[in-house]
Design a protein around this ligand. Structure first.
Ligand SMILES: C[S@@+](CC[C@H](N)C(=O)[O-])C[C@H]1O[C@@H](n2cnc3c(N)ncnc32)[C@H](O)[C@@H]1O
Length: 585
């Protein structure tokens, strides 16, 4: 029996997928996709006939195979050459399944979800995935992990570059965990993202691309006009151990201090890549970062980075947020020090330096005494200026505090929210009820509030709920109610406290919606659902439930998928946002 047909035992599947929540082994396809992309859904899914992730990969790479260079004999030191099949060529006679540690010469065929480069064995279809391998690239890779139906490969060396290679402007682009595709032309990046959404909608969502209306449903991706400096928030970590990939480490680097302020090294929670600037954040935030980098390691200041291994040290994170002054439209910056204890006198020399920038209007200190390394503190102190900054979105003013959620790309959030508004198709006569699920600080619902009767928002984070109430007040909105609650734990009485909505907006985080919420929506039968998602895999699963039902639980779907609109909010990264419209069938 081919390895391709082997499935992990049910017990393992349940454990991997559901982490204690009630399970359904019909989640196998999601497991396939999720295991490959390291994202776990929060609730059950259903069985598909085959491996949708593999099928998605095959479908995505089908047209590209003919562009692969022709095979060469393996040079010494390389265990095998694994080429994509060239179009029309007879398949090789033997199957090939690589072993862990094997060095292979590979050709990347396409880019799958999460920006994994996909290579395939010509005859068996065995899939090899490689981080940072780009379509058309021929490279040497070592098999680092072997699963039943795919293997992961670490790229050792590029032999010939990919088709759409560009020179990345950032000096850290080839090894920083943030921008994985900066060396791929932007046009190629968005083409790949659009294809990934389409593949997931077809193979996980079970919507047929053969249907006459399918091409109308799948919209072209909306690109982002700002390719750099689009992030309004960056969180840098302090580290006691500076990380550089071994092949770029110079003797000068080795002699420098081991301390670092930057981004986590991919795959290491305790090693930090020291960065002098990040091209994704605002220009002014980079100026502030440069001042920190020039001074924080000065021994006279006595500042020690927090050591996550032995839990000593003081400085944990530096968060920089950029908003806008609502009167002048000029940037305003919040600096948030996350420390392991409250010792403001240690921070003041740094504060004095950064407040020289007029844009810095807020300096706060989140104190996180726990051994965990998150940036949310148990206590927050304002060291200078205001305790929050402001930003404008769809003509409304939002107050953003250090720990409140706000769309990270304000420029593209304007585009995203306009798409949500278009999908909502409000009558504008002030008669409709909007249910804003996973409302965060209320920004989506509030942008609709002035044209509807009432907005009801639900959100699990208490601070976000109080921000939403504050934001409603700030904008003179009185027809919005915000409730704190966990939408994964709703009871049968959920929905009894508000009128039946005309429009449901749902914007869950990466795991998508819990089965309880899916069931509630299928029972509620609101005329329209606008689903905003940052994870097309869980989006596709939930669309399947809402439209086709949860077969094994005897629940029918009752929605028709009217549109899927991918939006690129984060150029050079694997992230994809989508706005979908569902209408009651
Ligand atoms: C992607 S954000 C969307 C926020 C908001 N719609 C916006 O556009 O700014 C998802 C939100 O869902 C909230 N959330 C996550 N899990 C939740 C749960 N189980 N119940 C309720 N809210 C949850 C998060 O705190 C976060 O604010």
């Amino acid at each position: 029996m081919s390895l391709l047909h082997w499935m992990p035992p049910k017990s393992i599947l349940s454990k991997w997928l559901f982490k204690g929540s009630p399970s359904s082994l019909d989640s196998i396809p999601i497991l396939r996709a999720m295991a490959a992309i390291a994202v776990f859904p929060s609730c059950g899914a259903r069985r598909l006939n085959a491996r949708p992730w593999l099928r998605a990969v095959r479908a995505a790479s089908g047209s590209s195979a003919s562009r692969s260079p022709s095979p060469l004999p393996p040079p010494s030191g390389i265990d095998a050459i694994v080429d994509a099949p060239s179009s029309g060529a007879a398949p090789p006679s033997r199957s090939f399944f690589p072993k862990r540690g094997q060095t292979l010469e590979l050709v990347c065929e396409s880019l799958a979800f999460k920006a994994k480069g996909i290579c395939k064995v010509a005859d068996s279809g065995f899939v090899l995935m490689c981080d940072r391998a780009l379509p058309g690239e021929r490279f040497l890779g070592r098999v680092s992990r072997k699963k039943d139906s795919y293997a992961e490969v670490t790229k050792l060396k590029t032999i010939t570059p990919h088709w759409d290679a560009v020179e990345p402007p950032c000096q850290y682009a080839s090894y920083c965990g943030g921008c994985k595709t900066q060396n791929l032309s932007y046009e190629a990046q968005i083409r790949a993202k659009e294809q990934q959404v389409r593949d997931l909608i077809v193979h996980v969502g079970r919507f047929s691309d053969k249907d006459a209306g399918f091409s109308k449903v799948m919209k072209s991706i909306v690109p982002c006009d700002l390719l750099f400096h689009y992030r309004n928030k960056m969180e840098f970590s302090f580290g006691h151990e500076r990380w550089m990939p071994p092949d770029v480490l110079t003797s000068e680097d080795k002699m420098e201090s081991g301390y670092a302020l930057g981004l986590h090294a991919p795959g290491f929670f305790y090693k930090v890549l020291h960065v002098e600037k990040c091209l994704l954040q605002s220009e002014v935030a980079n100026k502030v970062l440069a001042v920190f980098q020039d001074s924080w390691m000065d021994p006279e200041l006595g500042l020690l980075p927090y050591n996550v291994l032995n839990h000593s040290g003081f400085l944990k994170h530096l968060m920089l947020r950029t908003g806008r002054d609502v009167k002048t439209g000029t940037p305003e910056v919040m600096v948030n020090f996350v420390t392991s204890s409250y010792m403001p006198s240690l921070l003041m020399p740094l504060v004095d330096k950064i407040i020289a920038f007029p844009e810095v209007v807020s300096v706060v200190n989140n104190v996180n005494r726990s051994v965990g390394n998150t940036s949310v503190g148990e206590e927050e102190y304002t060291l200078y200026g205001k305790s929050s900054i402001t930003e404008m979105l769809r003509g409304l003013v939002f107050q953003i505090s250090a720990n409140s959620f706000f769309q990270t790309n304000s420029h593209q959030a304007e585009v995203l929210y306009k798409l949500v508004e278009d999908c909502a198709r409000l009558r504008g006569d002030g008669s409709e009820i909007v249910l804003d699920l996973f409302c965060g600080t209320g920004s989506i619902g509030l942008s609709l509030a002035k044209r509807v009767k009432h907005v009801y928002g639900f959100e699990v984070v208490a601070e976000a709920v109080s921000d939403a109430l504050q934001n409603a007040k700030l904008n003179g909105i009185e027809n919005a109610t915000y409730v704190q609650g966990d939408l994964n734990k709703i009871s049968d009485s959920f929905g009894k406290d508000f009128p039946k909505p005309d429009i449901v907006i749902t914007d869950p985080n990466r795991p998508g919606m819990h089965m309880k919420l899916i069931k509630y929506l299928l029972k509620l039968k609101a005329p329209r659902i606008v689903y905003v998602s940052c994870n097309p895999a869980t989006l596709a699963r939930d669309l399947d439930y809402l439209c086709h039902g949860v077969t094994e639980q005897g629940i029918s779907g009752c929605y028709s998928l009217k549109s899927v609109q991918p939006v690129d909010m984060f150029p050079h990264t694997p992230h994809i946002e989508c706005v979908c419209l569902l209408e009651l069938s």
